[in-house]
Design a binder for this molecule. Structure first.
Ligand SMILES: Cc1ncc(COP(=O)(O)O)c(C=O)c1O
Length: 387
């Protein structure tokens, strides 16, 4: 039975080269300080809506609704679309577990479909095979900052009258055939968690062109309250028309998000330069690595390589750790975790392509300020480990 593979070498928090570093500057500090200095309106002010408009504008979408995590944003859209008991939602197993957990939390059933080997996104043919009369939605993931083959997914979903909710947690600023990732489905989720291209520590956003859906998302976010103006600075009573949560973000988070967003294009440019150095230096090794020159819309939130063999991946992973270089398996299969096995009777062999990829991938350090010496150090360490 599959178990998470624990390295023999002790895990250290003092990495010579960490997996990621946050790209921050004094403007970020000042943006947070400016809200603090207001002395009030740390919640329920105008910064949240400005942040929402700016993210939605970047994707070319009408509405943005900010949430305290990408997970809550995705959960909110499932609620808003009425997904619940008896429904099936098609998801990849090669993803962060929250993609699938949000479905489970709605008493719906996650149906796992295979991924394809080029973008590691959902395989449209397998999605089609998994559709039943109970299927309500598909959640394709844009892995590591590369768009999946979203046009193929949209085509099938349209033919079967299914919602497409883009899990674009890792792909803010990415493109598919000149169209922004996040502009294809009924809605798309972005994450601003610590390791993303721009971050506020934690937070997320749901973007949609559907006005009614955006309104419902705001209700889900804030206890089903009909906000006419700011709740915190009005002496009016407010009505509650449904049962929601407190999944709001603060003004401090929103201003930090706005400041980070202003750096997005610089961050993407620098990440793509590092990716190019990797592609050049890993070229002759027995692995497949993404090359930015062939992937113009990729933002490289992660740099993941696919080893020719599982044993090489394990040798490289152990050797990198010994040398103080952090790497990580993004992702182990969700369907093989203990929770999913026991709840859904999922087993090894169910998704052969996904399982094979998960056994051979390794995510290497990447961050905007990474030097060519650091890239060389990672590449050489891998080379020595599998020589
Ligand atoms: C593919 C994917 N989906 C969902 C999430 C969840 O986002 P968050 O951590 O903001 O809840 C993440 C991020 O961690 C992710 O990488």
């Amino acid at each position: 039975m599959w178990q998470p593979e624990v390295l023999v070498t002790p895990i250290t928090t003092e990495w010579k080269i960490p997996l990621y570093k946050i790209f921050w500057d004094e403007d970020d500090v000042e943006s947070v300080a400016s809200v603090i200095r207001r002395g009030m309106f740390w919640t329920g002010g105008s910064s949240v809506s400005m942040f929402e408009n700016e993210v939605a504008g970047l994707v070319g979408i009408e509405y943005g609704v900010a949430f305290n995590s990408g997970t809550s944003a995705q959960s909110a859209i499932l609620t808003a679309l009425g997904i619940g008991s008896g429904d099936e939602v098609i998801v990849p197993s090669f993803t962060f577990i929250s993609t699938c957990n949000t479905v489970v939390h709605h008493d719906a059933t996650p149906i796992f479909a295979e991924i394809e080997t080029e973008t590691f996104g959902l395989d449209a043919n397998d999605v089609e095979r998994k559709i039943t009369a109970k299927t309500k939605a598909v959640i394709p993931v844009h892995y590591a900052g590369a768009s999946c083959r979203i046009d193929e997914i949209i085509k099938i979903a349209d033919e079967h009258d299914l919602y497409v909710i883009e899990d674009a947690a890792e792909a803010l600023g990415a493109y598919y055939n000149d169209n922004p990732v996040g502009s294809f489905g009924i809605g798309a989720m972005f994450s601003f968690c610590g390791n993303k291209v721009i971050t506020t520590g934690e937070a997320g956003m749901l973007v949609t062109d559907d006005e009614k859906l955006a309104e419902t998302l705001r209700l889900v976010r804030s206890h089903g309250r009909v906000d006419k103006g700011s709740y915190f600075s009005s002496s009016d009573s407010f009505d509650y028309v449904s049962f929601g949560h407190n999944w709001r973000i603060s003004e401090i988070t929103a201003e930090l998000g706005r400041s980070q967003l202003r750096k997005l294009h610089t961050v993407i440019k620098l990440r793509r330069e590092v990716a190019k150095l990797y592609a050049e230096s890993l070229n002759d090794l027995p692995l497949t690595c993404p090359n930015p020159t062939e992937m113009p819309g990729h933002i490289f939130q992660m740099y993941t390589v696919l080893f020719d063999s599982h044993s090489d991946r394990e040798k490289a992973r152990a050797h990198l750790t010994r040398e103080g270089i952090m790497s990580k398996i993004y992702f182990d299969c969700v369907h093989l975790t203990s929770a999913y096995r026991s709840m859904f009777n999922t087993t090894e062999g169910m998704l052969p392509v996904t399982e094979d990829i998960a056994r051979r991938v390794l995510t290497l350090p990447i961050f905007p300020t990474m030097t060519s010496e650091e890239v060389q150090m990672v590449s050489k360490t891998i080379q020595h480990s599998i020589a």
